[in-house]
Design a protein around this ligand. Structure first.
Ligand code: SF4
Length: 320
């Protein structure tokens, strides 16, 4: 594999649960509970899992919107995390950006699109006014919007156009790595396809690296080079997509992906039973064991490690 742009080692994010009384036990919500993976330069790494599995928290940790409880994140070989100085964090914000599901909430309704896109350039002291306006116009064109959109307000745009502005806001500082968190989930199917194609085109043209987070397996499989499957804050499996990729092995991954039609090969339907347990009281051993049709005695007490089972393929399951 080519050199890693991002490496994550045993990443943990626990949130304390507010106590209702002094005598009540101290509890923590284990949003991310020891996740490790690497993303190569120029790669699209998809992250999937049911709601509450920790995929969005992982994305927020990588852009340092939240600080990890434990574990290490390396960007271009340099450790990032709680000890970064203000200037180091500012530098990092240029290199690592995020696109959210709802761009409307991150756009100031009283400011024009041009203002929104120019502001980060001012904060990072990039160019004079004329240069900044040129960068804004070029970035709008790259996301498929006419530069005249700079004078419009967010309420004047459609959902797809707003998401294009959200992508432009992430691109304007010329980052190397972008976390894309459920960015097409709220869009109509036809607009979804346009935005996905735009993201792919930008990734290839600019040599970008993405962490692409979505609950939509079709979308993730379409866009990603490799996929990480999370379950209750842990990584269940990492596998390569496409014709050269191996079929997923983890019972949870197989259940998830067997529910979507595959034009390449018939996938055996694996039923997924029961609900995801609470991340405040995760099951001992393999967290998936209460729902797993293959659970054995050791699964109830021993946490399976993520092990390599082939090129670009890692599984955390006692069956392998
Ligand atoms: Fe199922 Fe055991 Fe594998 Fe967990 S470790 S997925 S319970 S077989």
């Amino acid at each position: 594999m080519t050199e890693a742009l991002i490496e994550v080692h045993s990443l943990v994010k626990h949130y304390p649960v507010p106590r209702r009384g002094l005598l009540e036990e101290k509890l923590v919500l284990r949003a991310v509970d020891g996740v490790s993976f690497r993303i190569a330069e120029g790669e699209i790494f998809g992250l999937v899992g049911e709601s509450g599995c920790g995929k969005s928290t992982t994305g927020q940790l990588l852009v340092q919107l939240v600080k990890q409880t434990q574990g290490d994140i390396f960007f271009q070989g340099r450790r990032i995390g709680a000890k970064l100085s203000g200037s180091e964090l500012r530098r990092l914000r240029r290199d690592i950006q995020i696109v959210f599901q709802d761009p409307y909430s991150s756009l100031n309704p009283k400011k024009t699109i041009g203002w929104t896109l120019e502001e980060p350039l001012i904060v990072h002291r990039i160019g004079d006014r004329r240069t900044r306006r040129t960068i804004v116009a070029e970035t709008l064109e790259q996301v498929g919007l006419d530069p005249s959109y700079a004078s419009r307000y967010p309420h004047e745009l459609s959902g797809g156009q707003r998401q294009r502005v959200g992508i432009a806001a992430a691109l304007v500082l010329s980052p190397r790595f972008i976390v894309i968190d459920e960015a097409v989930s709220a869009l109509d199917v036809s607009v979804q396809a346009q935005i996905l194609n735009l993201l792919k085109e930008l990734q290839q043209r600019r040599g970008l690296t993405y962490l692409f987070i979505s609950h939509d397996l079709n979308v993730v499989e379409y866009i990603s080079d490799r996929i990480g499957v999370m379950y209750l804050g842990r990584m269940a499996e990492i596998f390569t997509t496409g014709a050269e990729g191996a079929e997923p092995l983890h019972p949870y991954t197989r259940a998830l992906f067997s529910s979507i039609p595959d034009v390449r090969k018939a996938r055996e339907r694996v039923p997924l039973q029961g609900e995801v347990p609470s991340p405040i009281h995760p099951p001992a051993g393999c967290a998936f064991h209460p729902r797993c049709p293959f659970a054995m005695d050791q699964c109830r007490s021993l946490v399976p490690e993520l092990k390599s089972v082939g090129p670009g393929h890692e599984v955390s399951c006692h069956l392998y």
